[in-house]
Design a protein around this ligand. Structure first.
Ligand SMILES: *[C@@H]1O[C@H](CO)[C@@H](O)[C@H](O)[C@H]1NC(C)=O
Ligand SMILES: *[C@@H]1O[C@H](CO)[C@@H](O)[C@H](O)[C@H]1NC(C)=O
Length: 389
C-alpha cells in the first residue's frame, strides 16, 4: 500500500508539471517581431528584424528563398535575431543576388517556427513607357499631359514647364497622384514645353518634352459637352487611394458630376474632388467596389455625356480563427481549426514544425508503425486538421 502511494504521488506530480509547462509558460514559440517587405537601395546596408518568444535557449536563423544563410562576408546575424546585409547588391560579382524572399526560423527544444516571408527587392527606375505628347487646345479649354514610368518604390511625379517647376498653387493646374497634369481654363501664357520628372530612392529621371499650344478660340460659340478622358477600370487593395479621372470640355463649360451605376450614394467620408471633376477616394474599402459614372452636363439642360469605370477593391487575407494549442492523450484524435477571410477567398495551408505538408507527409510514411493518419478536411474557408495516432 505504502509503496504504491509513494509511486502515485510523483506520477501525478509529473502530469501536473507537464500540464503547467504546457499551459503557463507557453512551450510554443511565437514571433514578437517578424521581418517586413523592404525595397532596398543598391550598395547600402540593409537590416531585417526578427524576435522569437518562448522557452530558452532559442536560436534564430535566416533563410533566403528557402536556403539557410550562413554568417559570412555578406551577412551578419545578431543574437537579437536581426540580419544585416552589409552592402545590398542586386547582382553580385558571382551572378547571385541579395533580392529574394527572406524568412526567419526560431527554434528551441520544443519545436520550430517560421516567420512570414519578407520580400526584399532592389529599388529600380525603368524608362518612361508613356511620354507626354504635344497638344493643341483652345483658349478656355483643357490641356492634359501624362507620363508613366515603372519603379520601385513607385516614383513620385512632378512637372516642369520650360525648365521650371509648374506652379501647382495655381488652381487651374491639377496634378493627380497618378502623375497626370491637367490645366483648365487655358490661357495664351500656358503655352510652352512641359516635361515630367520621376523621383524615387533609385534616382531621378526626366521625360521628353511636349509642347502645349494654346490657340485663340472663337469664344461664345456653343460647343456640345464632351468627355476628353473618363475613369479607368481599377483593381486596388483595401486602404489604397482610388483616382477616378474625368475631364470634360464644351461651351459653356459643362458641369461634372459623379454617381454609382447601382444607384447607391457615393458618400462623403474620404471623398474629395480634385481639380474640376476628378474623384479621389482615400482609404478604400470593399464597400467602394462598383461602377462609377462621370456625367458632363450642359448647364441648365439635360444634355449630357457620360463615361464609366469599374473599381474593384480586394481585401488581403486575415485570420478570423487561428489554431489553438492542444494536449491529447496518445491514441486519440486532435483537431486544429483555422479560419481566414479575405477577398478573393484565401487559401489555407498547414505547416508542422515549419515543414511544408509534402515533407511532413513523407516523414509520416516512415512512421508507419505508429499508424499515423492525417486527414485534411476543407470546407467553405474552414480548414480542420485531425491527427490520429
Ligand atoms: C539588434 O542588434 C543590432 C546590433 O547591435 C542593432 O543594430 C539592431 O537594431 C538590433 N535589433 C533590434 C530589433 O533591436
Ligand atoms: C472596363 O471594364 C468593362 C467591363 O467590365 C469594359 O467593358 C470596359 O471597356 C473597360 N473600360 C476600360 C477603360 O478599360
Amino acid at each position: 500500500m505504502a509503496t504504491r502511494r509513494l509511486c502515485l504521488v510523483p506520477c501525478i506530480f509529473g502530469l501536473l508539471l507537464n500540464a503547467l509547462v504546457g499551459v503557463t509558460s507557453g512551450a510554443e514559440l511565437s514571433f514578437t517581431l517578424e521581418p517586413s517587405d523592404i525595397i532596398a537601395v543598391q550598395e547600402q546596408p540593409l537590416m531585417l528584424h526578427c524576435q522569437v518568444d518562448g522557452i530558452p535557449p532559442i536560436t534564430t536563423q535566416w533563410r533566403r528563398n528557402g536556403i539557410l544563410l550562413v554568417d559570412d562576408q555578406y551577412y551578419t546575424m545578431f543574437h537579437n535575431g536581426t540580419l544585416l546585409i552589409g552592402r545590398f547588391q542586386r547582382t553580385k560579382s558571382d551572378g547571385s543576388t541579395d533580392e529574394g524572399d527572406y524568412e526567419c526560423v526560431g527554434q528551441n527544444s520544443f519545436g520550430l517556427v517560421v516567420s512570414r516571408r519578407a520580400r526584399v527587392q532592389a529599388a529600380t527606375m525603368a524608362e518612361f513607357h508613356v511620354q507626354p505628347r504635344s497638344v493643341r487646345a483652345e483658349e478656355a479649354g483643357v490641356g492634359r499631359f501624362q507620363c508613366q514610368i515603372h519603379g520601385l518604390p513607385e516614383p513620385a511625379i512632378s512637372w516642369e514647364k520650360d525648365g521650371r517647376s509648374v506652379d501647382t498653387k495655381d488652381e487651374r493646374y491639377t496634378l493627380l497622384p497618378t502623375g497626370v497634369l491637367q490645366i483648365t481654363g487655358l490661357r495664351q501664357e500656358d503655352s510652352g514645353v512641359f516635361c515630367c520628372v520621376a523621383h524615387n530612392s533609385a534616382g531621378v529621371k526626366h521625360s521628353a518634352g511636349a509642347r502645349l499650344t494654346v490657340s485663340v478660340s472663337q469664344s461664345s460659340v456653343y460647343k456640345e459637352p464632351m468627355i476628353l478622358v473618363g475613369p479607368e477600370n481599377l483593381t486596388l487593395t483595401v486602404h489604397q487611394t482610388a483616382i477616378l479621372e474625368c475631364v470634360a470640355t464644351g461651351y459653356p463649360r459643362p458641369i461634372v458630376s459623379w454617381s454609382r451605376l447601382d444607384g447607391r450614394p457615393i458618400g462623403v467620408e474620404g471623398i474629395q474632388v480634385l481639380g474640376t471633376g476628378n474623384l479621389m477616394i482615400t482609404d478604400v474599402g470593399v464597400q467602394h467596389s462598383g461602377v462609377y459614372v462621370c456625367a458632363a452636363n450642359k448647364p441648365g439642360t439635360r444634355v449630357r455625356r457620360t463615361a464609366q469605370g469599374r473599381l474593384v477593391v480586394q481585401a488581403p487575407a486575415e485570420f478570423v480563427q487561428p489554431p489553438q494549442s492542444i494536449s491529447r492523450p496518445v491514441g486519440t484524435t486532435a483537431i486544429f481549426t483555422c479560419q481566414a477571410q479575405g477577398d478573393p477567398v484565401p487559401q489555407l495551408t498547414w505547416l508542422k514544425n515549419g515543414a511544408d505538408p509534402g515533407a511532413w507527409r513523407s516523414r509520416q510514411a516512415q512512421e508507419q508503425q505508429h499508424h499515423a493518419d492525417h486527414l485534411w478536411h476543407q470546407s467553405g474557408g474552414r480548414s480542420h486538421l485531425p491527427v490520429h495516432r
